[in-house]
Each structure stands twice: as structure tokens, then as C-alpha cells.
Design a protein around this ligand. Sequence first.
Ligand code: TEU
Length: 564
Amino acid sequence: ERVEGWWRNAVVYQIYPRSFADSNGDGTGDIPGIIAHLDHLAELGVDVIWLSPVYTSPMDDNGYDIANYQDIDPLFGTLADMDELLAQAHRRGIKILMDLVVNHTSDEHPWFVESRQPGSAKRDWYWWRPARDGHEPGTPGAEPTNWASAFSGPAWHWDEEAGAYYLHLFTRKQPDLNWGNREVREAVYAMMRWWVARGVDGFRMDVINLISKPTELVDVPLRAGQPYGDGFEAVGNGHRLAEFLAEMNEQVGLDEHHLLTVGEMPGSTVELARTITDRANHGLNMVFTFEHVNLDRDPEGSKFSHVPLDLVALKRNLEAWQVGLADVGWNSLYWDNHDQPRAVSRFGDDSPEHRVASAKTLASVLHLHRGTPYVYQGEELGMTNTRFASIADYRDVEALNYHAEAVGLGQDPDTVLAGLATHSRDNARTPMQWDDTHQAGFTEGIPWLSVNPNYVTVNARAERMDPASVFHHTRQLIALRHDLAAVAEGRFDLLLGDDPQIWALTRTLDDQRVLLVANFSSTPATVPDGSLPDVASARLLLATHGDRRGADLAPWESRVFLLG
Ligand code: TEU
């Protein structure tokens, strides 16, 4: 059933369960809610669902803090619901990936509870360290290293009961596991085998490039005025990463069972991605790069400091990954996920005038690259960033911690809120907009995070009925990947690479050649004379503005041709 490399022409749809569909009126999405909406995904034509975490969790980071890997949180349902979801998805020919969060556990996981006891047999399962020499434990500066947590403050927490500091690269409730310990690795592999036996089709691996940490933990350089520095830099992409992944592959049978594996790898270079995704190394099928989603952030500032996007840099970055993984390895392709603002608001134009065309053109550009595309829930509708009036509307621990820290340091609260408005993760987490009824059809109750008021016009029911919608455009792109080998496998060539408005490319396989030309801007553009292949006798496959073949492109107009 699962054949070698089956994911090479597949499209993955990410579900963030808490925000997808609520079946019981408690305001939080759940597994029965997903089952009730599987036909939406079947109509869209996706091959795979990536399910963000549904395991037992105190929900400090919305389930990315796991207290039991082998059960479902009651908020989302039961193991029986999960089995039903697997069965119902499989019946529709849709596979399911679990989110594997094993760089860290919850501090409420029994492993950590046990590890915390001085003298425990599991002491070495986490990163326990004494205070810095000559410092009083628990005071600022006494941390074993000067690393920051990704969610503000230091990456170390003094634990009275344990009489030591523990490492947490994310929140205090997400202690990092010690992958250098063989028992840790074996416990993780056993858990993965249990899910494979239950019928899952693969894993999306959370921050998997952080698992190989150096044994010698050393300080990182600090930016002026900052007490803590980048911990990812100190521990990311460590020297045993490929070894651990090959061991996991072998012990779980990842390749053997033809499972889809995708590693989230912040800070990964294309060279590292090539090593990890080279089939000969038995690592992962593909990784998520962060390079393209960092281009509109100030590298010297916080992740909430916005800089205007340089389109040429974006095109060239994707090109570098296309070229770098052309012969060895494989790409994943994404604009959106639960950690990123909405792409149509960020890279497109979410004004009423341009929202639909820009969402379609963003989709066309992404889906015409080579690799496995990931569609994040609501992206197929052109869902936009939301607008919150105050910090009280936010729910994400990252946003709340950042706001408290920045305002505490005396930054202007309006500037802090403006940063959250463009880059907060809650933008992606507002409830899925199913229809124009109460709470967008997401819940009968009060949603855990407010519905975006534009649900009245932007919703799944309206778009399924409208052949000119973003939904049907995305559906056609997915079908193109299934039907045209050149779209799945063809060689990638960027055209007009330095043009600041036009995104053009070809995909070539034997005599099949596909051309995409897109105006990636809100102003008209003109294709320079003779710069693109002639389309007079080409077949138009998909377009935002009908069958137009001249040099003039309307704002956000895009055209996909099969060249004659
Ligand atoms: O994200 C890891 C990660 O490095 C970023 O996406 C991070 O969330 C963001 O840049 C913070 O600014 C993964 C998950 O996708 C995320 O939801 C979790 O919060 C995080 O790991 C911890 O498990």
C-alpha cells in the first residue's frame, strides 16, 4: 500500500486540533470535530494530514508539552477517537502523521518527575546542572550557561526539590531530554513503534535538530544589553544528529515501513538538509527550513521586529534550496503553519481588493516548486491575520511572555503590540472558518481564541460553492501535482531571478514543461520582452485572471501553462 517515495507527489494538510472544529461545545477543537470535517479534506484532494499534538498535556504550549505520549488528552478525545480518525481517514485514502515532540517532555511527564528526585535512576534523562561557580542558586546570572529560552528569560530553571538547574530551551514546563542517554532513545523508539503499530503513516518531528547537544555546555556571545543569548546556536545541529536519526530509522523501521518523516529544523542550512535527507544516510525524507520565514524579521531584533520583505531574496532563497536538493534529498514547501503569521497577510495583500488573487498566487508559487507542499488549515481559504485590541486577547505563551518581558523592560506597549500583530503565532491559531453562522461554525460555545470577524465572507462553505475561490484554486494545484509528473518531479529553473515583482519559473521533465509567471505585488507589472518562453500555443492550466497571454500582469495575477 505504501510504496517507496510515495510522498514525492503528495500534499500534506496540517491540522491544529485545538482550532479546527469543536464537537462538544467546550470551545476547543477535538478529534470528533476533525472526523466530522474529513470530507472537506477529501474534496481538497490532500494525501496526508499532519496532526499537531493531541497527547495528554498540561497545555502550557498547547500540547507541545507532553505528559503521556501514549494517550490522548481529554480535551481532544480518547484513544478510541484517535483509532476512529485513523480508520475514517484511511477509508478516504488520507494518511496521518503524528507530531513527534521528543526534544523535550512536559515537566509533568513521569520521566521528569522521577528524574527530579536526587539519586534517581532517570537523573541523567534530562539536563541537570549546578549553579555557576560562586553564584547563589536561583539568582540572575547563576544559570549554568547564558542561554535564553525561546519563550523569554533564561533557558535554565532552578529546581529546589532536585537541588539543581534543568535545561528548558522552550518554557519552564518543557524540560529538554538528554538524547546522549541510550535509555532515553530506546524509550522514544518504543513509543514510536507503538504508534506505527496503531496505524500512523509518519511523523513530523518537532525541533529535531536540537536533540544532539554537546556534553560541554558553553556560553554564547551576547548582544549588547541582552542578559541571555541564542541557546539554539549552542546546541543546534549537533555532531550526533545524523547518527541518532539513522538509529531511530533503523529501530522504528521508518524507511522499512515507508513512513513519511519530516524534521522541523530551525537554523538548518541546505547542506545539513542534504545530509539528513539523502536516502543513503537513512535519516529523514525532508526537513522544514526556516530561512525563508526569517527574511521579514530583523536579524538583530526580536522575532517580532518586522522588516520589509525583499522579494528577490525570497525567490533566491527558495531557488537555493531547490538547486541544493535537486539531485540528492528532497524539499518540503510551506508558507504557513501554527507558528507563523498568515501568509496572505504577510507575503500577499489581505485587503479586500487583493486578498483572493494574492492567496491564489501564493499557492501557485508554492505548489509549482519541487518538493512536498504543506497546506496549513485555513490557508486553502485565504484566511488572514487577525486584529486583537489588547494583550488580553492573546493566548500564546510566547506572546504573553514576550509582552510581559518587553513592557517590563520599558518598551512602548503600542510598539510591542504592533510586533505581535504582524508576527504572533496566534494569528495562525484563530478558529477555522467553516461558515457564516455563530462563531464561524467552529463551536457552539465560546472559542478558546476569538474568531476572526472576517468569517462572514471568508469561510469554507462559501468557498466550496464558488468555483473562483482560493479553495478551488488550491484543489486544482493539488490535482496538477498528482496528474503532471513535471510538477512533482521536474527540474526547477528560476527565470527573471532579479525581477523585483515577477516570480517566474519552469519545471521540466522529458518533453513536459510547465511555466509559472506571477506578479507577486499589488501594482501592475510588465514581463520584459522576450524574457519568458512563448505561450502562444501553450495550454493554460490555471490562472487568477482568466486566459490572458500578453505581457501585462494585473496585481497578483498568475498564470500556469503547459508549454507546447
Ligand atoms: O517550534 C520550534 C521553533 O523553533 C519555532 O517555530 C518556535 O515556535 C518559534 O520560532 C518561536 O518563536 C516547535 C513547535 O512548532 C512550536 O509550536 C513549539 O512551541 C515549539 O517547537 C516547542 O515545542
